[in-house]
Design a protein around this ligand. Structure first.
Ligand code: FAD
Length: 390
């Protein structure tokens, strides 16, 4: 729990806060960055390099990759802080969007050659990657994927389409989960490292950019048209593709939940400030019990979500299997940030409805959190399955 936060994590968090205030915000202001417009590549390059110099980029990776092998709890604490800041580039500081956080959990499945070609450039901030599982006909039902892989000599030929893939617009390679068709056998699910197509190399093509309710332009389709991939690019072993996804599922859900808590806290911080500042009927709206109760409910929800998240990440750090706990944390924190965003709009009144206002933006972004990384219904299915297990 947060009460047992060690000195080292406190120091790290303070260092991150300092970076956000003294470098990240001034940079974003100077370059007039807007999360709902294309983020210039130079900005991504700058934040990754600077964050790497400070030890944040790839902090989840082992020391030999330039990381600090940080605990999940430490990572969550930093993610919470970044989400709380509301910085446009928050997803680039630790490498959440297209960076080392995409591959951290899968590292042990990579070969030495794959590490050198793919992992090291990502760790250095020189390359970007994405994780591609979801397809138009396969969302919650991952087994329904239709992207196929067929062996052809020393290669595989991939055919199909992925969609809603985060960081796809600037990914140099993708971790692609495909259905491998083997003569006379049941299809098996296999993961491949697939480079982006170039004039000289077969690879994936970028399809449409898919702009969700948050307005960000960082999700897209990946198209595989007779895409040739060497067999040496299989991650782990043939048939182990879904296992790879499952390996990262608990940590992924728990760490997403920490980000939701951070955003909810940011909404509360802004709401408290607004309630003290906004005067109606001759006094600050904070004087009205109706407003006080909304603030109290927001704070209570956030406190409960935070306790839940850090309890589960501590268990994961201790090596406990926390399938249901991670789902509970993701489910609860995503619902909390939605409730909190709704109340924040209520407190801000019309100001909070203006397009581009931070509260309006977070209201839209938070709505996605009940869908991505497993919908609320799928989390409930997982929790119930654990409860009903014999
Ligand atoms: C912003 C964003 C980023 C994303 N990034 C990535 C990414 O990087 N890589 C990637 O592979 N995917 C990504 N996704 C896809 C995401 O994982 C899927 O959206 C999610 O798994 C849900 O699938 P779906 O949207 O197709 O909904 P569907 O599965 O079609 O669900 C529709 C509705 O049916 C319900 N439902 C479905 N099955 C059941 C069931 N068994 N029991 C009860 N209810 C059920 C759902 O809960 C939901 O309410 C991203 C999505 C978003 C929105």
């Amino acid at each position: 729990m947060l009460t047992t936060l060690g000195e080292d994590l406190k120091v790290l968090r303070a260092k991150l806060q300092d970076f956000i205030q003294t470098e990240l915000f001034p940079y974003e202001q100077e370059h007039q960055l807007n999360a709902e417009e294309d983020i210039p590549r130079e900005a991504i390059k700058w934040v990754r390099q600077r964050s790497r110099e400070l030890g944040f980029y790839g902090i989840n990776l082992p020391i030999e990759y330039g990381g600090q092998d940080i605990s999940l709890k430490g990572l969550c604490l930093l993610k919470e802080e970044l989400a709380r800041s509301g910085a446009v580039l928050w997803g680039q500081v630790l490498g959440e969007i297209g960076g080392p956080l995409r591959i951290g959990q899968m590292l042990e499945s990579f070969t030495k050659e794959q590490n050198e070609k793919y992992v090291i450039p990502v760790a250095a901030g020189d390359a970007s990657c994405c994780f591609a599982l979801t397809e138009p006909n396969a969302g919650s039902d991952a087994f329904a994927i239709e992207t196929t892989a067929v062996r052809d000599g020393e290669d595989y030929i991939l055919t199909g389409k992925k969609h809603f893939i985060s960081a796809a617009p600037y990914a140099d390679f993708a971790i692609v989960i495909a259905k491998e068709l083997v003569d006379g056998e049941k299809p098996r699910v296999t993961a491949f490292l697939v480079d982006k197509k170039t004039p000289h190399h077969s690879g994936f093509e970028l399809g449409n950019i898919q702009v969700p309710i948050s307005g960000e332009r960082i999700h897209a389709e990946l198209i595989f048209k007779q895409c040739r991939v060497p067999a040496t690019n299989i991650i782990g072993a043939p048939g182990k593709g879904l296992l790879l996804g499952l390996k990262r599922i608990n940590t992924n859900r728990a760490s997403h939940a920490a980000g939701f808590v951070g955003m909810a806290q940011h909404l509360l911080d802004l709401s408290v400030e607004q309630a003290k500042k906004r005067v109606q009927f001759g006094r600050p709206i904070a004087d009205f019990q109706a407003i006080q109760h909304m603030l109290a409910e927001m704070a209570t929800d956030i406190y409960a979500a935070r306790c839940m998240v850090y309890d589960v990440v501590e268990k994961i750090d201790r090596g406990e299997e926390e399938r249901a706990g991670a789902s509970m944390a993701k489910l609860f924190a995503s619902e909390v940030v939605n409730r909190v965003a709704d109340k924040a709009i209520q407190i801000f009144g019309s100001q909070g409805l203006v397009k581009g206002h931070p509260v309006e933006k977070m209201y839209r972004s938070s709505r996605m959190y009940r869908i991505l990384t497993g919908t609320s219904e799928i989390q409930k299915n997982t929790i119930a399955k654990e409860l009903l297990r014999d």
